[in-house]
Design a protein around this ligand. Structure first.
Ligand code: NAD
Length: 528
């Protein structure tokens, strides 16, 4: 039998010589007696540093792809104007607390002027354009967003604190996809709603939150424009910069002036927009503010859609693919620091696999990299604001006081900025605040169940009803669960997947109305 030659790097004993061992060289020749030689490969191994772990070297995205102005006025009638209020505030980077720009705090008058500009654009031509012309503008916006996506992604991460890999791979592609998708509907509304003669409503006032600033803007503006409406949009006070950069895209696309107006400011600006002469309010934000808006709008004849908070159950059955499920759990709660309305913040695990799931989850949490949002390796970025960090801390304290067991993997948080380590609570009772209230941070509460009926009952035991996840290999069980879960969106064997063609929205205190898909056109249309 032919003998196998030496494998690379393998030392082969060639014989003894006077007590010293002789080794064959890598080219097969015998080494001089009494000398120790190693193969090339061995030599390389010896000189290479021994890896102590799997740490990544920093890989920061370049900041200079985006130019940030010192000051931004309000975008009204196609140009930036100084606020009549004369008020300004500073927007910062939550990762470093470094000031980024001065932004206008719009007052009632400013909102009135923006609404008047939108009204004029509505009455003077936007809805009268051939629908295929409207579509052209939307296609242009989509293409420009794609072309400038790096610039937008960097700005989104700078101003909001989310990891660049998320703004680059999720927020930007989805925002562009939304414009592409609704561009396609603009000249097909008659087909979308046959025999119903759809007509635009008029001026839409749109108010959005800070967790997906550009994406929420796209969810609001794209369907409104496709249906022939004009808009006044108010971004969240902590993340106005991508909405302001978007004004540049509108100019590049040569969108007629006044069709889109952007007013910045805090809740007072939002409240002024709700009171203004608009025909519809589209709001995404907290349930508390949503309820207040609903009260203000009642009896005014204004149309209203509310996309509010959530406390989703992510349900793990014992027949699921466990490692995939653990990835889904991590994606469900630690994506975007848990600042996600549909985050899988309540984990329901079947009792028989509880120990395994928790052990695997803790191990996986140890590999999450928390830090600089602009670093391409970062998994968990900065908390969006001091106020949000305080809220997360308060709820985590409440969880500990109520008796839940808290775990955080060892990780070093940056000294400046707003940070919170990925956290998991076990021994959680359904009545605890951490199992009932939306934390909107990287904090997971784990509960258990024995039977599918119990899983449904626990999953539905919250005032919210936005989303849910099911992990099982049985298709029949997925369907059985999906019929019973009171949630607007249900993912099976995946989590946090979005597509512009798929409607998104809630039940119960998660609001009403749908965004995305054909359903997302309806709130912007009247029918005969
Ligand atoms: P928030 O309600 O405090 O603010 C949302 C927006 O409303 C901001 O632009 C804010 O300036 C404005 N606002 C505040 N007070 C107002 C008032 N009185 N009148 C009018 N506007 C006012 O919420 P937030 O903290 O920015 O966002 C987090 C919340 O948003 C979470 O509850 C989250 O679940 C929810 N959210 C829901 C969805 C969804 O699609 N259902 C998506 C993203 C976020």
């Amino acid at each position: 039998m032919p003998s196998a030659g030496p494998r690379p790097g393998q030392r082969r004993r060639a014989g003894s010589h006077g007590g010293a061992v002789r080794y064959r060289r890598s080219d097969g020749a015998a080494a001089a007696p009494g000398r120790f030689l190693v193969t090339d490969i061995e030599r390389r191994q010896v000189s290479a540093p021994v890896p102590a772990g799997w740490d990544y070297a920093p890989a920061p995205e370049a900041r200079d792809v985006v130019t940030i102005e010192e000051r931004y006025g309000l975008f009204v009638g196609g140009e930036f104007v100084e606020p009549r209020s004369g008020d300004w505030y500073t927007t910062i980077s939550p990762a470093s607390e470094e000031p980024l720009a001065e932004v206008a705090q719009a007052g009632e008058d400013d909102v009135g002027v923006a609404v008047a500009a939108a009204r004029e654009a509505f009455e003077n031509g936007w809805p009268a354009l051939p629908p295929s012309e409207r579509a052209k503008y939307l296609f242009r916006i989509a293409r420009i967003l794609q072309e400038r996506s790096r610039e937008f992604a960097v700005l989104e991460s700078l101003n909001g604190g989310k990891p660049i890999k998320e703004s680059r791979d999720v927020d930007l592609p989805l925002a562009a996809a939304h414009f592409f998708y609704y561009a396609g509907w603009a000249d097909k509304l008659e087909y979308a709603f046959p025999n119903r003669r759809p007509r635009p409503i008029g001026v839409a006032g749109q108010i959005i939150p800070w967790n997906f600033p550009l994406l929420m803007l796209a969810w609001k503006i794209a369907p409104a424009l496709a249906c022939g409406n004009t808009v006044v949009l108010k971004p969240a006070e902590t993340t106005p910069l991508t909405a302001l950069l978007f004004c540049d895209v509108l100019r590049q696309a040569e969108l007629p002036p006044g069709v889109v107006n952007i007013v910045t400011g805090d809740g007072r600006t939002g409240a002024a927009l709700v009171e203004a002469d608009v025909d519809k309010i589209a709001f995404t934000g907290s349930t508390e503010v949503g309820k207040a808006i609903q009260r203000r709008v009642a009896g005014s004849g204004k149309r209203l859609t509310l996309e509010l908070g959530g406390k989703a159950a992510n349900v793990i059955f014992d027949d699921c693919a466990l490692d995939q499920a653990v990835e889904g759990i991590v994606n469900g709660i630690y994506f975007n620091q848990g600042h996600v309305c549909c985050a899988g913040s309540r984990l329901l695990v079947q009792e028989s696999i509880y120990e395994d799931v928790v052990a695997k989850l803790k191990r996986r949490m140890g590999t999450l990299r928390v830090g600089d949002p602009l670093d391409k390796n970062t998994d968990v970025g900065a908390i969006n604001s001091r106020a949000q960090l305080d809220r997360i801390r308060e709820l985590v304290r409440a969880g500990e006081e109520e008796g839940a067991e808290v775990y955080q993997p060892p990780c070093r948080l940056p000294e400046r900025g707003y940070w919170f380590a990925p956290t998991v609570f076990t021994n959680v009772a359904q009545s605890y605040r951490i199992a009932q209230e939306e934390i909107f941070g990287p904090v997971l509460s784990v509960l258990t169940f024995r039977t599918p009926d119990e899983a449904v009952e626990k999953a539905n035991n919250t005032p919210y009803g936005l989303s849910a996840g099911i992990w099982t290999e049985k298709g029949s069980r997925i369907l059985w669960m999906a019929e019973r879960l009171r949630a607007g969106v249900i993912w099976a064997n995946t989590y946090n997947r979005f597509d512009p063609a798929s409607p998104f929205g809630g039940y119960k205190e998660s609001g009403f109305g749908r965004e995305g898909g054909r359903h997302g056109l309806e709130p912007y249309l009247e029918f005969e």
